[in-house]
Design a protein around this ligand. Structure first.
Ligand SMILES: Nc1ncnc2c1ncn2[C@@H]1O[C@H](COP(=O)(O)OP(=O)(O)OP(=O)(O)O)[C@@H](O)[C@H]1O
Ligand SMILES: [Mg+2]
Length: 471
């Protein structure tokens, strides 16, 4: 059974049981109150009329008591009322046709000194209350007043109350069901979220959109689970990255010894060939090719060794704006060739940062190079801005190029991840490592086909008044 159904059933059951108990309790209370009322009314009537009957009975003139009997016959609670003499002859009756009849109620005690009450349920389920009150003259009984009351009119009122209570009960049940639906959904939402998350993680996907904002224990549990999987995901990613870097490190020593070292004598030998055979055009030509290619290889391997065996930064105070300007000078030709517009909005009051200028220059170069490579000819626009953000110096580089697909966005910092034919996939890995070595952060956001934004945050220098060294 689904959790929502369980919650709905429980709430409906609670509402139903509570409602039934309340209705039963209130019905019982009402019945008791009504009984008390009727008994009080009957006793009072019986006593008043029996006392009022003394003089009429002594005088054999019943006209004055008739008024009471007329009033009694109009009372819907009174079934009958009669005044009997000691021979049980009806002297006055709510039904005048019965005057003169002999009516022995059979229960009359000769020595009745006060009102006697009898209660009896008839075949019609109606409770009858009989009151027998003696008409006494100096302790001597000269007659008896007998009145019968029912709770019929009260029962009608009770029936009405019951109908209203049942309607009210049905309404509360309906409200209960609606409430149960609402609560059931509220409670089960984060649980469903949790189930979805667990399924997603077991399927190998550590990321899932978390939509509930429920703040109860289950909501908190779902959020904690999501945070845990996120951390796990980051942990796994960084472990894979570290393992790759370890392999790269081992590979780099082989590269340095077995390839980089012999390249120098090859380059030197080509140089010597050119010197020894200055007249031999073919030799000059092929030695030139050897030299060029060896230089390309040396530069590639040096870059790779740089990436694999990073050095420690030499911290100085740096003006970020100047560093950006200098980097753009290096890229001027590329930007001109692609006819890309560059829009720099620098915060000229930006405090200095503490960093290694050449390493930070490499970061800026990598990011801007990516932006240039992603931009279309002529249509390209690169926006660069600097400022202070949450206590960090912030550099934002935004291009309106091809953007990054969602599936690639998680991998761009991975070593050797590249979508470019000529790319080595080390640019952003190196940049991230350098920024982190500086105690900063690098974040990338992108919309495929539209734009990419790289945010670099670097800690501000603690000694800002010191001389700013620009490399
Ligand atoms: N501004 C950008 N616009 C679009 N894609 C980008 C951008 N910056 C990075 N990328 C994506 O991230 C990948 C990794 O970038 P990274 O700089 O690490 O490597 P690369 O540019 O491919 O090669 P290289 O090592 O020569 O820099 C790129 O191949 C590209 O797919
Ligand atoms: Mg790159």
């Amino acid at each position: 059974m689904k959790i929502t159904t369980k919650i709905i059933l429980s709430i409906v059951l609670i509402v139903f049981v509570t409602g039934t108990i309340l209705v039963a309790f209130s019905a019982n209370t009402q019945k008791r109150l009504i009984e008390e009322q009727i008994e009080k009314k009957g006793s009072v009537l019986a006593e008043i009329i029996s006392v009022s009957s003394i003089i009429p009975m002594l005088n054999y003139d019943y006209s004055s008591v008739k008024l009471y009997f007329d009033a009694l016959s109009k009372d819907s609670d009174v079934l009958s009322g009669e005044l009997l003499d000691n021979n049980y002859i009806v002297k006055m009756h709510t039904d005048l046709d019965r005057l003169g009849e002999v009516n022995n109620p059979g229960i009359i005690d000769e020595d009745l000194k006060s009102t006697l009450v009898k209660k009896d349920t008839g075949t019609d389920n109606l409770v009858r209350y009989e009151f027998y009150s003696p008409v006494l003259v100096e302790e001597e009984q000269i007659g008896i007043f007998h009145i019968t009351l029912t709770s019929k009119s009260y029962l009608n009122v009770i029936k009405l109350v019951w109908v209203k209570m049942i309607l009210l009960g049905a309404m509360s049940l309906m409200i209960g069901v609606l409430l149960a639906f609402f609560l059931g959904n509220q409670i089960s939402k984060p649980i469903k979220e949790l189930v979805r998350g667990a399924e997603s993680v077991s399927g190998g996907n550590f990321k899932w959109d978390f939509v509930t904002n429920s703040n109860d224990e289950v909501g908190k549990l779902a959020r904690a689970f999501r945070n845990m999987t996120e951390r796990l995901d980051k942990n796994i990613t960084s472990r894979i990255r570290n393992e790759k870097m370890a392999v790269v490190g081992q590979l780099s020593s082989v590269l340095a010894h077995e390839i980089r070292n012999p390249l120098e004598p090859i380059k030197g030998s080509a140089e010597l060939l050119k010197i020894y055979y200055p007249e031999e055009k073919q030799i000059i030509k092929f030695a030139g090719i050897i030299q060029e290619e060896v230089l390309r290889l040396i530069s590639f391997i040096d870059n790779f060794l740089d990436f694999a065996k990073p050095r420690d930064p030499e911290f100085r105070q740096i003006d970020l704006n100047t560093l950006i300007d200098k980097t753009f000078i290096l890229l001027e030709k590329m930007i001109d060739d692609k006819q890309i517009r560059v829009d720099i909005s620098a915060d000229r009051n930006l405090p200095p940062v503490t960093g290694d200028a050449s390493m930070l220059k490499q970061v800026i170069l990598n990011v801007i190079l990516n932006a240039i490579q992603a931009s279309d000819r002529k249509k390209g626009l690169i926006k660069v801005s600097t400022g202070v953000n949450s206590g960090f110096a912030e550099l934002v580089i935004k291009d309106y190029g091809k953007g990054i697909e969602k599936v690639s966005l998680d991998k761009i910092f991975d070593p050797f991840f590249s979508t470019k034919a000529e790319g080595s996939g080390t640019g952003l890995t190196t940049s991230q490592r350098i920024v982190e070595q500086h105690g900063g952060k690098i974040n990338v956001e992108s919309e495929a086909g539209k734009w990419t934004m790289v945010q670099i945050l670097l800690p501000l220098s603690a000694l800002q008044e010191e001389k700013i060294i620009n490399e």
